[in-house]
Structure formats: structure tokens, C-alpha cells
Design a protein around this ligand. Sequence first.
Ligand SMILES: *[C@@H]1O[C@H](CO)[C@@H](O)[C@H](O)[C@H]1NC(C)=O
Ligand SMILES: *[C@@H]1O[C@H](CO)[C@@H](O)[C@H](O)[C@H]1NC(C)=O
Ligand SMILES: *[C@@H]1O[C@H](CO)[C@@H](O)[C@H](O)[C@H]1NC(C)=O
Ligand SMILES: *[C@@H]1O[C@H](CO)[C@@H](O)[C@H](O)[C@H]1NC(C)=O
Ligand SMILES: *[C@@H]1O[C@H](CO)[C@@H](O)[C@H](O)[C@H]1NC(C)=O
Ligand SMILES: *[C@@H]1O[C@H](CO)[C@@H](O)[C@H](O)[C@H]1NC(C)=O
Ligand SMILES: *[C@@H]1O[C@H](CO)[C@@H](O)[C@H](O)[C@H]1NC(C)=O
Length: 367
Amino acid sequence: MKSSTTCVLAVAALASAHPHATANPKVLVSRQFTTQDPYANWPTYDQLPLDTSYPSKAAWGGSDDVQGALNHITNATILAAREEIKLGRAINLNMDLNAFTTPINPARKPLNHLFQPAEGYTDDVVVLNTQVSTQYDGLRHFPYSTDGNITTYQWYNDLIDNFDQVVGPTPTEVLGIQQAAQKGIAGRGVLLDFAGWAQSQNITYDAFTGYGINTTALDAVATWQGLPANWSLPGDILLIRTGWAKAYLNLTTYNQEILPWNPDLGSVGMNCSDDSLNWLWEKKLALVGADNPAFESLPMDKTLGGVPRSLHQVFIGGWGQSIVEFLDLETLAEELHQLGRSTFFLTIQNLNIKSGIASPPNALAIL
Ligand SMILES: *[C@@H]1O[C@H](CO)[C@@H](O)[C@H](O)[C@H]1NC(C)=O
Ligand SMILES: *[C@@H]1O[C@H](CO)[C@@H](O)[C@H](O)[C@H]1NC(C)=O
Ligand SMILES: *[C@@H]1O[C@H](CO)[C@@H](O)[C@H](O)[C@H]1NC(C)=O
Ligand SMILES: *[C@@H]1O[C@H](CO)[C@@H](O)[C@H](O)[C@H]1NC(C)=O
Ligand SMILES: *[C@@H]1O[C@H](CO)[C@@H](O)[C@H](O)[C@H]1NC(C)=O
Ligand SMILES: *[C@@H]1O[C@H](CO)[C@@H](O)[C@H](O)[C@H]1NC(C)=O
Ligand SMILES: *[C@@H]1O[C@H](CO)[C@@H](O)[C@H](O)[C@H]1NC(C)=O
């Protein structure tokens, strides 16, 4: 009974375009995951944001929700994904933590790995910027901002008031990576092998430019892989193989070292547009990932509704949807092609560290 009351409130909130939402931004109930039908009040992409005072396409308003898109993962979606385990073949999806001796963003310090031997045992010490190899962007990583000025930052669900709460001496814990670690991430992964499809179509592109992958291309990839038009299920984790990692690992060491310093460096990735966002939102994904630096194409030079925006801002700041980057999808893609499959069981276990920003995902596919 309680849940159906919530549904009514949600519909009323949707209809009323609440004029004073900034005074109480938690009033709107945009997403309810507790009812028999979690998607009964699911807003369409065009209905976002649910209040005009919220930033572009934000899906804010669900009480003090901190899990965002991970709410799509339920006991039922995990149980259903058991069907994906057919062979018991487990595949690591993480690159070497030290794969980038010069990180792609050269302002980031590379991994520092020390050994600490003692009598009878040995330890090691890892000092890690969590953004230098395969990484899970947590919800503290990327706020909305029109110009990079901290006074314009807006985090998911408006749960952080100012930058000191993120990096100050006594940071708050809300939206920290520990919340994603404790949620438990498992379910059905879907690989769209854009790079494999492009090769089959004789489409060539330079992975180190801002080549945009749009939904027309992704639909063609899905068809090429033999997926039906309605291939997605709520709670799916979508991985896109862009070909970036393969191209990077194919560079000479010298070219790997100088690449990050190129001021015009770009990256192939999903194109930031309303079309891309609409396509993703309607699929109710728990998470997205790719084998490239940012999932989306770089540089982040697009606009939404005339305002400078990126997929990062809308995903992380707007939907509470994390992004996994620099995944190693080579073996997975090869095995799936051989099996004529596109889906698999996937688990991710982030670092359980309070107020954390990001984490190695420790991603594992099981076929
Ligand atoms: C679903 O799983 C959570 C733990 O992730 C557990 O607390 C809850 O009891 C489970 N619900 C059902 C219906 O099994
Ligand atoms: C950021 O914005 C504030 C408020 O508009 C302004 O006072 C400040 O100078 C800006 N900072 C930078 C680095 O532009
Ligand atoms: C791709 O190129 C090869 C070699 O030129 C050709 O045989 C094949 O038909 C081409 N495929 C497509 C989809 O154009
Ligand atoms: C999608 O991208 C392809 C290039 O990959 C381009 O030819 C096409 O025009 C784009 N479609 C839309 C709708 O933007
Ligand atoms: C997807 O569409 C097919 C028909 O093309 C239908 O048989 C199937 O039930 C649909 N699956 C879902 C999950 O809606
Ligand atoms: C790998 O490097 C060779 C030599 O530079 C180049 O011809 C080839 O296109 C590269 N392959 C990929 C996938 O980037
Ligand atoms: C990418 O999206 C922009 C709108 O943000 C659009 O102008 C451009 O044509 C799109 N590119 C592709 C390849 O679809």
C-alpha cells in the first residue's frame, strides 16, 4: 500500500512542474524502485529534467537516493543474469594498472608500486591515482559545470553543496565510492563491438581523434551481432568496444609515451548528443563502459540545449550513472564472436573506501 501511495505522489509531482524545487529539491519523486512495477512512473527522456531549475537532463528528485542508475540492479536482474553463465569461462576485463607509464591525462601521476620485504613475508604498497588505468568513475568524480568554475558545480541529486565537502579536510561521505562498493554490482553485460563492426564494413577511423559513435551505428552493430531490436533489459551493463585500446597497445612504446602530450589529442567514443542520451536513458542501464578514455568521444566540446555539456555531466551528475573506462575488451570480444554471443555475466567490485571518487573496477566477465 505504501508503494502505491508513492506512485501517486510521483505522478502528481511530474504533472505539477514544482515552481520552488530549489527550496526543497528532494520533493520530486522521479524514480521509484520499490513498487511491483519499478518503472510505472519512469519519465521519458523528453520529461527530463523534472524541474526546470535542475541542470540539463538531470534525473534528480528521488528522495536522498545515492545509488542512481545502480538502482536498476535488483535481486531479480542478478538472478535472471545467471542464465548467461553457460561455460564457466571467466575473463578479466582490467588492463594492467601500470599499462600507462605516462597516463593519457599527463597531469595524473602514474602508479607508484613499492615492495616492502620483511623477515618471513613480503608486502607491497600501491599509491594509485584511480584514473590512470581501467577505472570506475564514482558519483563524486564529475559534477555538472558549464565552465569548470567550482562555483557552478552540481553533483547528483544536489547532495553535495560545495567542493570542500568533496576534497576538504573533513569530506562528507555521500556519493562516495564506498556506496557503489557496498551496493554489489553484478548482472548481464552486453558488448557492442563497434570496432569489429567497423572493420567488417571497411569503415576506417583514427582512434586518437574525436570520431563520434552515434546510435545509428550502434543499432547497426547490434543487428550485425544478431541481436533483436529490443535487445536491452533494465539493469544491463552496456560495454562498447571502440577500438581505442587495441590501437593504443599497437603503438610503439615511444608513441605511447608522446601521445598524451599531443595538445590536439582526441579519442573515439560515443557522441555526446540528445540522440545518444535518449537512446541510453530508455534502456534503463545500470552502468556503461568502454575500452577508451571516457566512453564518450574526446574532446568534450559538445552542447546540449545550447549549454556546454558532456555525457559525463549528464551520466554522473544527472543520472547517477557511473562509467567504466579503459576496459580490456579484446579477449571478451574474441570469445563472444566465436560463440556467436553478445551477452555474459558481469561483476564489478569497487574499492570500499569512504568518500572515494573512483576505483579500479575489478571487472570480471563470465561466459
Ligand atoms: C535482495 O538482496 C538484498 C541484498 O542485496 C537483500 O538485503 C534483500 O533481502 C534481498 N531481497 C529479496 C527479496 O531476496
Ligand atoms: C568563479 O566564479 C566566481 C563567481 O562567479 C568568480 O568570483 C570567480 O572569479 C570565478 N573563478 C574563476 C577562476 O574564474
Ligand atoms: C570490404 O573490403 C573487402 C576487400 O576490398 C571486400 O571484399 C568487401 O566486400 C568489403 N566489404 C564491405 C561491407 O564493403
Ligand atoms: C552517424 O554517424 C555516421 C558516421 O559514423 C554518419 O555517417 C551519420 O550521418 C550519423 N548519423 C546521424 C543521425 O547523425
Ligand atoms: C522482443 O521482440 C520479439 C519479437 O521480435 C519478441 O518475441 C520478444 O518477446 C521480445 N522480447 C522482449 C524482452 O520484449
Ligand atoms: C597497428 O600498427 C600498424 C603499424 O603502425 C598499423 O599499420 C596498423 O594500422 C595498426 N593497427 C591498429 C588496429 O591500429
Ligand atoms: C554528434 O552530435 C552532435 C550534436 O551534439 C551532432 O552535431 C553531430 O553530427 C553528431 N555526430 C555524429 C557522428 O553523429
